[in-house]
Design a protein around this ligand. Structure first.
Ligand code: TYM
Length: 328
């Protein structure tokens, strides 16, 4: 059976990029394999956070997983720090990873900016991510395009570990959606939509009110032509709208291009906003119910047990292979 693993950081309300690039592709995967979806709170510690806020966001992100359609009877939903094997596995892999390859990670270069005061955790971040994935003997990792480099490192570490210590770890495949791999910012379609963007006009969060969604799409940056055509290089704004519209409605981009022939950008913007609202409104209602009911805490308790049971054997194999003394 195919093992699927993915994770998201609890660093704010997820946005449309997180939803279309990652979360939405989790849903069909729960039908075909054994899947694990993690809220990576340890990763969130790599930059300073308000402790209470981190705790709240962590629980909320689990709520978004369920509200988006993950079924706790089919998929395991859990919090990374509830399974201590992640931190221990990360240490073992840190002793396989090389300083040179970690220095080349673009996320570290972007966020750390070579600063002496960046945390050591930010530097070893991708090794913890590799441990997340490899401890579950994962076959497939569904993510957005920005995670590609971390996934390549994960594969390299698994291969190196196996070469050095024997065949212990599965080398995972990355799964990136073709069209929604990189949802762009609404205020600047040259850059990806991001929680850390300077302006709130950049993103639509999963909890955004309909009025605000409409406003942000109406103001979305496009270009000075008036032709609706899919061309991410020359027309990134219009292409981004077509991508979002298509992902929300299931209509192909070709169908949409045909439908909007001869119409102005305004129509496309309003219809895209409406498609987003139609999908987010029921998701928001499910989210608020889950948060109120306390059901999410039961889901997470079960998830933690299942997660620990899934990693115990691999962690023991790793330790044994590396020459650590085994208890008992
Ligand atoms: P994070 O929390 O930054 O993002 C969560 C997921 O959302 C995707 N994503 C996007 N997809 C399309 N367009 C965008 N604009 C966009 N922005 C974000 C990301 O690619 C990701 O799939 N390091 C990871 C978390 C992680 C992880 C893991 C992922 C930790 N351990 C193990 C997979 C497997 C991260 O920071 O994601």
């Amino acid at each position: 059976m195919t093992r699927v693993f993915s994770g998201m950081q609890p660093t704010g309300v997820p946005h449309l990029g997180n939803y279309l690039g990652a979360m939405k592709q989790f849903i069909p995967l729960q039908e075909t394999g054994e899947s694990f979806y993690c809220v990576v709170d340890l990763h969130a510690l790599t930059v300073p956070r308000d402790p209470e806020e981190l705790r709240r966001r962590t629980r909320e992100l689990a709520g978004f997983y369920v509200a988006a359609g993950l079924d706790p009877d089919k998929a395991t939903i859990f919090i990374q720090s509830h399974n201590p094997d992640h931190a221990e596995g990360a240490w073992l892999l840190q002793c396989v990873a090389r300083i040179g390859e970690l220095s080349r990670m673009t996320q570290f270069k972007d966020k750390g900016q070579g600063s002496e005061s960046a945390t050591a955790g930010l530097f070893t971040y991708p090794v913890l991510q590799a441990a997340d994935i490899l401890l579950y003997q994962t076959d497939v990792v569904p993510v957005g395009e920005d995670q590609k480099q971390h996934l390549e490192l994960t594969r390299d570490l698994a291969e190196r570990f196996n070469k050095q210590y024997g065949d212990v770890l599965t080398v995972p495949e990355v799964r990136i959606q073709k069209v929604t791999a990189r949802i762009m910012g609404l205020d600047n379609p040259e850059k990806k939509m991001s929680k850390s963007a300077a302006s709130e006009a950049n993103y639509v969060s999963l909890l955004e009110e309909p009025k605000s969604i409409l406003k942000k799409f109406k103001r979305a940056v496009t270009d000075s032509e008036n032709e609706i055509r899919y061309d991410p290089e020359k027309k990134p704004g219009v292409s981004n709208l077509l991508t979002i519209h298509s992902a929300m409605t299931g209509h192909s981009i070709d169908t949409l291009v045909e439908k909007y022939q001869g119409k102005g950008y305004g129509h496309l913007k309003v219809d895209t906003a409406e498609a987003v609202i139609a999908e987010l409104e029921p998701l928001q209602a499910r989210f608020h119910n889950l948060m109120k009911s306390g059901e999410i805490d039961d889901i997470l308790a079960t998830g933690a047990k299942r997660a620990r049971a899934a990693t115990a054997e691999t962690l023991t194999h790793m330790k044994k292979a590396m020459g650590l003394s085994l208890q008992g």
